[in-house]
Design a binder for this molecule. Sequence first.
Ligand SMILES: NC(=O)C1=CN([C@@H]2O[C@H](COP(=O)(O)OP(=O)(O)OC[C@H]3O[C@@H](n4cnc5c(N)ncnc54)[C@H](O)[C@@H]3O)[C@@H](O)[C@H]2O)C=CC1
Ligand SMILES: N[C@@H](CC=O)C(=O)O
Ligand code: NA
Length: 430
Amino acid sequence: MTAPLRVALLGCGTVGGAVLRLLDEQAADLAARIGRPVQVAGVAVRRPDRHPEVPADLLTTDAVGLVTRDDVDLVVEVIGGIEPARSLILAAVEAGKSVVSANKALLAEDGVALHAAAAKAGVDLYYEASVAGAIPLLRPLRESLAGDQIRRVVGIVNGTTNYILSRMAETGAGFSEALAEATELGYAEADPTADVDGFDAAAKAAILASLSFHTAVTAADVHREGISAVSATDVARAAEIGCTVKLLAICERVPGEEGDTVAVRVHPAMIPTSHPLAAVGGAFNAVFVEAEAAGQLMFYGQGAGGEPTASAVLGDLVAVARNRVAGAAGAGPTAYAELPARPIAETPTRYHVSLDVADVPGVLATVATAFAEHGVSIATVRQDGHGDAATLVIVTHSAPDAALSSTIAALREVPAVRGVTSVLRVEGLS
Ligand SMILES: NC(=O)C1=CN([C@@H]2O[C@H](COP(=O)(O)OP(=O)(O)OC[C@H]3O[C@@H](n4cnc5c(N)ncnc54)[C@H](O)[C@@H]3O)[C@@H](O)[C@H]2O)C=CC1
Ligand SMILES: N[C@@H](CC=O)C(=O)O
Ligand code: NA
């Protein structure tokens, strides 16, 4: 075998630590698969004293120096966040090193520029771990489905929130307790509000939409709602109608007379328990892809956690290392179209609304009028209880999101409506 390929590891937390361990445990197999041994050239960390597990001569706090060293061939970035990750990746690429990253926040913000820099330098930029952890998803979109027309991508792409919602539904666990467990298990981001408020899923949705529709979608183009407003009442109401609550990422290419648009949204939604996504529990992720020729495809697996994510990082590492051995670069950036984003206000959706009402004559008609006045058609209504404790549970037909949200605003002004206790979108009901 010839000279080793030398890897610089940036960051040694949940994912970086697992990458380092697997590189060591699987050294012989990786060497056989690549055709050259892989050696760790250095590990950039913030606090070397916190990493007794790493040989001291590998540790450095000088990440820029490490990525530009002549004896480094490949760089793995698992620091996370925008800076210094972006500058480090650009420095590595400009120095001729291929890069593997797990950083969805950065790819969703600056993917076009990073791809352009990698293409200019003739190196690879792979980031399979950034979306849906261990699940092979980005390379299938970039490569296997490059000859098809993808119309829709729908999935659960955040392990932390799926873990929290699963625990709330299955055991009645409280939100904070379930979040603490997800953090302890290594699923959550360094700042877990990125998970809870939907930023992480929105970044992943932007990456999925960009690769699926060959257009530049950033996290800022994604309509984002997290799960912090999802209450035990929402979860219970969902169960009453045979549904479960999931945080969904939905990416659609919408044909229009004046050209296609792209609609990308992340929000909690009720889905029927018979829906395949309803069975996706804990930190697992699942993504449906609908393509014109291929039809429906489903990708399922562990979406978070050190080892599952490290598996995707190592898969990319093998791919870029093989390209390096062959003296080639892999699949480059896609040719970006410029499809406009369709605003959430115009996106058709269905709502489940739960109202506390005074059970007085005419209340049902007043509530129904509020829906009708905003052009929203009601699919089902159920009334529970009597007197001041009466509850109306309404499921609408599909209507533009703006019509539904103005209906809710109008209902809040109706005197007989004591409170709007639950409002969630509904997906997948026939
Ligand atoms: N934990 C997970 O399940 C998954 C994480 N990811 C992504 O992988 C990346 C890493 O995530 P985790 O390992 O979970 O985070 P982490 O917070 O456990 O690890 C990041 C490490 O980078 C270090 N670091 C920060 N700034 C640094 C700098 N300037 N120089 C050197 N080291 C620095 C931190 O001290 C920390 O040890 C993030 O982009 C995250 O979004 C992707 C998929 C799954
Ligand atoms: N925090 C993320 C980690 C993987 O991307 C998640 O919970 O999904
Ligand atoms: Na993945």
